[in-house]
Design a protein around this ligand. Sequence first.
Ligand SMILES: NC(=O)c1ccc[n+]([C@@H]2O[C@H](COP(=O)([O-])OP(=O)(O)OC[C@H]3O[C@@H](n4cnc5c(N)ncnc54)[C@H](OP(=O)(O)O)[C@@H]3O)[C@@H](O)[C@H]2O)c1
Length: 250
Amino acid sequence: MKPTLWIVGGSSGIGFELAALYLKNNYQVIVSARKAIGSTSLQALSAQYPETLKLVDTDVSDTQSVLEATEKAWQSFGGIDTCFYNAGVYAPMKVKAWDIAKFEQMTQINYLGAVRVTTALTPFFQKSGKGSFVFNASISSYFGLPYGGGYSAPKAALMNFCEAIKPELETENIDVRIINYGFVKTRLTAKNEFEMPQLLEPSEAAKIIYEKLNASNRFEIRFPFLLTSFLYFLRCAPRRIAFYFTSKTL
Ligand SMILES: NC(=O)c1ccc[n+]([C@@H]2O[C@H](COP(=O)([O-])OP(=O)(O)OC[C@H]3O[C@@H](n4cnc5c(N)ncnc54)[C@H](OP(=O)(O)O)[C@@H]3O)[C@@H](O)[C@H]2O)c1
């Protein structure tokens, strides 16, 4: 029996590459996004894997849509082993250009969408006696960086949420893991006007995620080493020192 993976937010970038990689490795994959069914790249992947790829539309900012999509995703192959929550949006903003609608959208998709999917899927996992959640956060969750707070605050909330639910869900044989990593070249980071250190291609990031998830059962997966170490240092360092460094990025 092939393992089944549901990728929520897999129409482009890292999620799309993950879908292609898991299919290549004999998984049954369900990909969701707002217009997964209408996506030309997903349709092309579907033509390559007609038996093992299913597409289910959902908008994670809409609770009803997530409930319906979860039911459809579960029925697609008669169960789900792992849910990979990958949906995310990013809008860097200076204080003088703050846009509340963008803050709301980032909170809805980067954090609350994950809560909606967890809420909808957990009863299915409980009924089947097992399951696994993987959440794609970001190393920006370690420390708020100038202009990026609207993105990183919901990612930090996601990280905190995962820490909170892990012990409880573990008692029901439901695993919770989180991935924190640096810059990957996608439409999301195309909005950055600065040079991004240790920038990876989406296919490289997907390969690292795939390998690290298989290599251990660690709660957190993080990469690349230098960048994650620096952000982790900011998180642990006295605030005065951390702000010395972050104010240099203005
Ligand atoms: N790129 C990086 O450097 C980087 C670094 C760390 C973490 N991440 C995280 O990695 C994940 C993937 O990002 P990416 O860079 O690959 O960006 P991307 O290509 O823009 O992918 C984002 C995915 O989220 C989906 N999505 C957005 N809004 C949605 C909604 N309301 N409902 C359902 N799906 C929605 C998109 O699908 P549709 O728009 O088709 O609905 C798309 O499939 C995100 O969570 C991001 O925060 C990225």
